[in-house]
Write a protein that binds this ligand. Sequence first.
Ligand code: 5RP
Length: 223
Amino acid sequence: MTQDELKTLVGQAALAYVQPNTIVGVGTGSTVNKFIDALASMKTQIKGAVSSSEASTARLKALGIPVFDSNEVPELAVYIDGADEIDHHGYMVKGGGAALTREKIVAAQSKQFVCIVDESKWVPVLGHFPLPVEIIPMATQRIQAAFSQMGGHAAVRLRDGQPLVTDNGQHILDVTGLQISDPMAFESAVNQWPGVVTVGVFAHQKATTCLLATAEGVKTMTF
Ligand code: 5RP
């Protein structure tokens, strides 16, 4: 099975977690795009979605799924999103699609976080995938220096030769060379640094369920 087929499989499997007559939290990325496409088949059964990015909002609306502002919805039953890495406790690295801050906001308002990934994302320890961090541009050098002190290397993410600008008007650092052995402590510490909007470690908002697409089918892990 190709990686694209695995993404389709797990995107469809996530429909089982969508309860009729509710608003569903929707993440961002190529795996979530498969989920959004599958969700269109249920659009008359749900009220709509809260979205974590402009890209997902556009895709949802194009399929006729109403999108609500996060502030309009006190609590969501479920949030469905992908990840760049997920470990065996449900801790994740996210933000490969630069949507980490809004993803964390929607995850925080959701009772359940169902993470949909193919098996290439399942890791024993976080840190192989470059860690995305959304930052305020005036703090770039200080934050790069702080990561250097931890043994990491933080590079500004570029698009067409210029710093990528997020949906929130900020920049992204991608940090290599880290071994994130204590994700809870790491997330708490880095989120305190002045100028950090959000670090892409999702430990406080970890997955409650992981749907893992493998060649043998979708495996379900609960944490
Ligand atoms: C976007 C994310 C995505 O969930 C993550 O990058 C995985 O994306 P994909 O499904 O395309 O591999 O965190 O900010």
